[in-house]
Every structure is written in structure tokens, then in C-alpha cells.
Design a binder for this molecule. Structure first.
Ligand code: WQD
Length: 327
């Protein structure tokens, strides 16, 4: 079966493309290359277009015999969404609306949607399950929750079957060439500091957590990709009609633990300048956001298999490979 993967030239998207092809699926990528990189796509057909370009989407669906869509193309930086909310509503909400109109009109009946733990906002629970109240605290999280609600409305009206996957903190790389090139999240930001021989910054160490720093659920991008393969197969086989599920490990790791792992993996732990410094809290950061991944285990038989050490080591290998590319 042929799948259209939007955002397939991006960090997570390129891992999803590789995993779906390895599972024997045919894939075509639609990506506006605003942040995606053509090289990540390899020999997969790439349509350089915006998801809101309905004419191109419909033509692509017909030309390639697309029967399913995996939609990852979106803006995903929390702080950027606070500064540019209308951009996020345009790209993440209007983009999804236009894409759904085009693909359902062209006969597509399966849809995998990239959602986020950001829909929960600042949950005050030990483990976040899919019944936890969705109270997003930033425009990014709100656009993802609206996307889920849009799917819930469109599915019964069009016969669409879908899976909405709520990613927690994605890190690592299955291939150095596919590593995250951004610096929007903890792991690459710490790499950037250490490469410049500057101390990593820890945004607050006075949270109500074991070591005072925030706790997150880090999940390897290879595991995130395998969850997409499992969801796609379940949609095709009719084992699911409408699934909204967390993608996490269920194991909280603190910011300080991640920083110490990075110092060890990068071989800088014995350098005094690599000692993290405590900076002021970052607005909107919840103390703890850790997933229960019980629902996806039960529905799809999926569990994450990679730990934080592998995430950091593979991300560092990718970072070094890109540094070699750029110098
Ligand atoms: C993690 C923790 C920071 C940098 C994001 C977004 C969204 C979602 C999940 C996809 C926080 C701390 C960070 C630094 C630090 N992904 N930090 N020093 O905010 O948990 O969630 O990822 O939908 O992209 O919601 O991720 O990596 O920005 O921060 O102390 O230099 O690391 O305060 O506690 P976050 P993050």
C-alpha cells in the first residue's frame, strides 16, 4: 500500500519514512522543505509542496495511488508558538484542514496524525494517560488538540480511520544522517553548549522532583517511528478505527540526569567548564510529564525498546556527523 508522508524530510518524518519502507510499505513524501532536508529522503519520491496546496495533494494521491496519509508536517516549537500563534494556527490547523479536505475527497481512508504530549499542558499526575485532562498551556499544544478534535469530527463523516499519536520528548537518531539538526530541545541545546566549551544551562532546580529539575519522558525516534508502522498496519487491517495514544516509555528522566548522561557520552564529564549552571525557570515548564504507554501496548502491541543512553549516544553521533558536514 502507498502512503503519503507529509513532513517526511524532517527529523522524525525521515525516520518514519525509513521504518515504513523497511516494513515493505511504498511511500511518497510531501514536504515544503522549510525545515526538512531533501537528502534525508534518499530515493523516495519527494513532492516539494505545502500540505495546504490541495491541488498538488490531490494530484499526488492520484498519481501515486495513495491510500493512507501519515501527517507530520507542522511547526513544533513551544516558544515560537507563543511569539507567532497565527503562524501555528495557519500551518498546524488550517494546514491539517486543507489536507483532510483534499485526501478524503480523493478517497484516502487511513490517517496517522502526529500529535503531542503538549496537549496535556501541565498535568499534575505521576503518569499521564489518555484520560488525563487535556489543558494545553501554549498555542502549539492547542493546535495539536484542535487537530485531534478535527479528526474525531471528520472520521465519522467521511469513513476515515485514524490514529493520533501523542509524542512525548523525542530524541536520538536511528542513522546519523537523520539526526535532529535543530536546537529547540534539551539534548541538542546541551550539545551546542558543550561544543562551544560553555556550561549547559538547567532551567530551574527548585521543582518538586527528586533532584529539583524537571522530569520528562524521553523516547527514541526509532521507537516513535516503529509506533507509526504499527499504527499504519492496524489501520489497514481494520484493527483500529479511531485511536489516540501516548508515545512514551513510562520512565521519567530528569534534566540533570540527561545532562550528566550527555557529559559522559561526549567525554566532557571531567572538564570543569562542562558543569551545568542553574538558570531561571522557563515559563510554562511543568515539573513532570511522563507517559503511561499502556493503551498503545494493549491496542498495538507496541513498547519502546531504546533507553536514554542510546538516545544520547546516537544523537551525539549524528551531531558530530553534521558538524563534519558543515565545517
Ligand atoms: C525539556 C526540559 C526544559 C533546554 C517539548 C515541546 C514539544 C514536544 C515535547 C513534540 C524542560 C529543560 C531545556 C535547556 C533545560 N515535542 N531544558 N535546559 O519543553 O519538555 O517539550 O518537547 O511535540 O516539542 O513541548 O522539551 O526539550 O524544550 O525541554 O533545562 O537548555 O529541559 O526546561 O524542563 P519540552 P524541551
Amino acid at each position: 500500500m502507498t502512503w503519503l508522508v507529509t513532513g517526511g524530510a524532517g527529523y522524525i518524518g525521515s525516520h518514519v519514512v525509513a521504518a515504513m519502507r523497511a516494513a515493505g510499505e511504498d511511500v511518497v513524501v510531501l514536504d515544503d522543505l522549510s525545515s526538512g532536508v531533501r537528502e534525508r529522503v534518499g530515493d523516495v519520491p519527494l513532492v516539494p509542496a505545502d500540505v495546504a496546496d490541495g491541488e498538488t495533494v490531490v494530484r499526488t494521491v492520484h498519481e501515486h495511488g495513495v491510500r493512507g496519509v501519515v501527517h507530520l508536517a507542522a511547526r513544533k516549537q513551544v516558544e515560537e508558538s507563543v511569539r507567532q500563534p497565527l503562524r501555528y494556527y495557519r500551518e498546524n490547523v488550517e494546514g491539517l484542514r486543507a489536507l483532510l479536505e483534499a485526501v478524503t475527497g480523493a478517497g484516502v481512508t487511513r490517517f496517522v496524525f502526529s500529535s503531542s504530549a503538549a496537549v496535556y499542558g501541565a498535568p499534575d499526575v505521576d503518569l499521564v494517560d489518555e484520560g488525563t485532562a487535556c489543558l494545553p498551556v501554549n498555542p502549539y499544544g492547542r493546535t495539536k488538540l484542535i487537530g485531534e478534535q478535527m479528526l474525531a469530527d471528520v472520521a465519522p463523516a467521511t469513513g476515515l480511520r485514524y490514529a493520533a499519536l501523542r509524542y512525548f520528548n523525542v530524541a536520538g537518531a536511528a542513522d546519523p544522517a537523520l539526526a535532529d539538526r535543530g536546537t529547540a530541545n534539551l539534548v541538542p541545546l546541551v550539545f551546542r553548549q558543550l561544543v562551544a566549551r560553555r556550561p549547559p544551562q538547567v532551567f530551574g532546580d527548585d521543582y518538586d522532583t527528586p533532584d529539583g529539575t524537571c522530569v520528562r519522558d524521553f523516547v527514541h525516534v526509532a521507537d516513535v517511528a516503529s509506533a507509526h508502522v504499527a499504527a499504519a498496519a492496524a489501520l489497514v487491517e481494520g484493527r483500529i478505527e479511531a485511536l489516540t495514544a501516548n508515545i512514551g516509555r513510562g520512565d521519567g528522566v530528569s534534566v540533570r540526569e540527561v545532562v550528566e548522561t550527555i557529559r559522559r557520552v561526549t567525554g566532557t564529564a571531567d572538564q570543569p567548564w562542562s558543569e551545568p549552571v542553574v538558570a531561571p525557570r522557563r515559563a510554562g515548564d511543568p515539573a513532570r510529564v511522563v507517559a503511561s504507554a499502556e493503551l498503545i501496548r494493549r491496542e498495538l502491541g507496541w513498547t519502546a525498546v531504546h533507553g536514554i543512553e542510546e538516545m544520547v549516544a546516537s544523537a551525539w553521533e549524528g551531531w558530530q556527523a553534521q558538524a563534519a558536514l558543515t565545517v
